[in-house]
Design a protein. Structure first.
Ligand SMILES: Nc1nc2c(ncn2[C@@H]2O[C@H](COP(=O)(O)OP(=O)(O)OP(=O)(O)O)[C@@H](O)[C@H]2O)c(=O)[nH]1
Ligand SMILES: [Mg+2]
Length: 611
């Protein structure tokens, strides 16, 4: 198992020197860093602890100007080594780094009291007490403080053993099957191409895998993986990884981008969070404040919407919605830090409660309550509540880090790939019941409502409708008849045996080939135009003109008769057919004109031939 440990602390306090002394690897890799004798950007090293545990180390710069690089290095740490020079004690960036570690809630740490060779024992004791005081009320409160010297190597073994013991208590990294690698470095190696590095979280990466660069949307493939300079086939969450990718040039990737499985990670320009403002912040977190958000390895401009009250005061916490200057790829519960751009200062931090929130009304306690339920762990249920019209399961999972199996425990209705919160499904079903009941009342003759009409009246997204219909069908709410949807209990009036529909058919059947006019038949039977249309749709009646209709059998017989007469005599006239049908001229003429239009017959002078 592999872990990631970061350094922290004031400039020149000996972070990089300590890492070199421990690992033999100088984390300062830039020429400028060597020249100036200071760390500018993140540096990396690795070592095996006495237990065999492998650790990747992220060395950060202490200079206040490079704090943004430090911020890109602290995500995904298992533990931190806070470095304080024994000769100088706690200095501004000691406090600032500690503040950031505290906001990101890194709870495992050690203090290396470096340069112990420069001070005497009493001074060491004093500095030790000073550092212990600085740790109070932070996530590192009570951490061990160990004097070390990179020059004499005093204390190095004890530090390594303490680190090993600290990591022994560290629980295994979560693997939710959704690997994410926030990129902290991009470079090229000739012969290999583009390489990115980062701390892998939430899942395993494997050679050959296809990944998406979010939020850019570009697709890349893993050509090779390295962990601590060794080639590996898979990389576990919670480890430092170098990924050789194909499909993207160096210029097409940068720190802040995230490698993830295609479609598995939300990109967002809005997040909800409970922000804790640091005790000695230079000002409160005001509504509308323009800030810089740091999360993962990304940095982005953010405007704060304070959801309750007008500001969150130093030392207090409050719910905020952040509007981001550009989309970022994050997941709920990711840690973040908010900074004031100038004069630069750390203002607040916390974890995201919702990374795909709606816009919220301010000063609305239901918003806070929902966010609190979410933060308390009801993430998926609260996420689902946001979709009254239903949501595809994959889309629901994307906005959270929940696993597919978590969906089963939701208070929800699931049909195929779609899911609705129970209360939304109930009200949607109720709406469908009402819409259909109204429709049946208005059109008692119709078998049901056209599907598309029902869909749009009920407000169901097109993609969800098939699944929803299946759901209603299974619940016994609806039935389908040839593309039309009805309440299960609905029987079109046309089914009745002694109603106007049946009487109309009876009226037309009395002298089938010489039917009364449609008007007469309707008057006699009491059938409305609606009934006639329903009978027509079912094929029980064939209307050849506005005024003339035949029963299904009569119509078939009439056509057979026409064909027979043409076969016998070469053609047929209106008068000839009228005689055979025993009808008046009007229905016969209407029938033949209808057959012409249907391209069964063709008129030649006064007679018809077959087409
Ligand atoms: N005497 C003594 N000097 C040390 C020790 N550790 C580091 N130094 C010196 O302190 C100076 C700064 O050390 P670095 O390791 O570069 O400090 P850093 O914390 O990495 O500094 P930044 O990366 O710029 O924040 C160097 O000149 C080191 O040689 C030590 O244990 N004893
Ligand atoms: Mg350094």
């Amino acid at each position: 198992m592999s872990f990631v440990v970061g350094t922290a602390g004031h400039i020149d306090h000996g972070k990089s020197t300590l890492i070199t002394a421990l690992t033999g690897i100088d984390p300062d890799r830039l020429a400028e860093e060597k020249r100036r004798g200071m760390t500018i950007d993140l540096g990396f090293a690795h070592m095996a602890l006495p237990s065999g545990r492998e650790i990747g180390i992220v060395d950060v710069p202490g200079h206040a100007r490079f704090i943004r690089n430090m911020l890109a290095g602290v995500h995904g740490l298992d533990a931190v080594i806070l470095v304080v020079a024994a000769d100088e004690g706690v200095r501004p960036q000691t406090r600032e780094h500690l503040e950031i570690i505290d906001l990101l809630d890194v709870r495992r740490g050690l203090v290396a009291l470096t340069k112990s060779d420069l001070v005497d024992h009493e001074w060491l004791e004093m500095m030790s007490a000073e550092v212990a005081g600085a740790l109070e009320h932070t996530s590192l409160e009570g951490s061990r403080i160990l004097p070390v010297s990179a020059v004499t190597r005093d204390g190095l073994d004890a530090l390594v053993r303490a680190l090993d013991a600290l990591l022994a208590e560290t629980e295994a990294r979560r693997d939710v099957g959704r690997p994410r690698l926030p990129i902290d470095r991009v470079f090229t190696i000739s012969g290999f191409g583009t390489v990115v590095t980062g701390t892998l979280v939430d899942g395993v990466l494997a050679t050959g895998q296809e990944l998406e660069v979010v939020p850019r949307g570009r697709t890349v493939r893993i050509r090779g993986l390295q962990q601590h300079n060794r080639k590996v086939d898979t990389a576990q969450p919670g480890s430092r990884v170098a990924v050789n990718v194909s499909g993207a040039e160096k210029e097409e990737l940068e720190r802040g981008d995230v490698l993830a499985m295609p479609g598995s990670l939300t990109t967002t320009r809005r997040v909800d969070a409970l922000a804790r403002v640091v005790d000695d912040a230079p000002r409160s977190l005001r509504h509308g404040a323009e800030l810089t958000l740091h999360t993962g390895t990304a940095e982005v401009g953010a405007r704060a919407i304070v959801l309750e009250g007008d500001a969150v005061e130093p030392g207090a916490q409050g719910w905020v919605q952040l509007y981001l200057a550009r989309p970022i790829a994050v997941a709920e519960r990711d840690g973040f830090v908010l900074r004031i751009p100038s004069p630069a200062a750390t203002l607040a931090g916390g974890r995201f409660a919702d990374v795909a929130p709606r816009k919220h009304p301010r000063h609305d306690s239901t918003v806070r309550e929902s966010l609190e339920r979410r933060a308390a762990g009801n993430v998926l249920q609260e996420e689902l509540r946001k979709y009254p019209r239903g949501v595809a399961v994959s889309a629901l999972l994307k906005a959270t880090l929940a696993a597919e199996s978590d969906v089963e425990s939701l208070d929800a209705f699931r049909a195929g790939d779609w899911i609705w919160a129970r209360e939304h499904w109930s009200s949607l079903s109720e709406r469908v019941r009402l819409v259909l009941a109204e429709y049946h009342a208005a059109h008692p003759m119709r078998a049901g409502m056209p599907r598309e009409e029902l869909r749009s009246r009920a407000g169901v997204p097109p993609a969800a409708f098939q699944a929803a219909l299946r759901g209603w069908h299974e619940e016994g709410l609806v039935a389908e008849h040839g593309g039309e949807v009805a309440l299960a209990e609905h029987h079109a009036a046309v089914e009745e045996t002694d109603g106007p529909a049946a009487r109309l058919v009876a009226a037309l059947s009395r002298t089938p080939l010489a039917p009364p006019s449609l008007n007469e038949a309707m008057q006699e039977s009491g059938a409305t135009a609606e009934v006639v249309r329903a009978l027509e749709r079912r094929g029980d009646v064939v209307r050849v003109s506005d005024e003339v209709a035949f029963t299904r059998e009569a119509y078939a017989n009439a056509i057979a008769l026409v064909k027979e007469m043409v076969a016998a005599g070469g053609s047929v006239t209106v008068a000839q057919l009228r005689d055979r049908m025993g009808a008046s001229r009007r229905p016969v003429l209407a029938l033949l004109e209808h057959l012409d239009a249907q391209r069964v017959t063709r008129r030649v002078g006064d007679s018809r031939v077959l087409r």
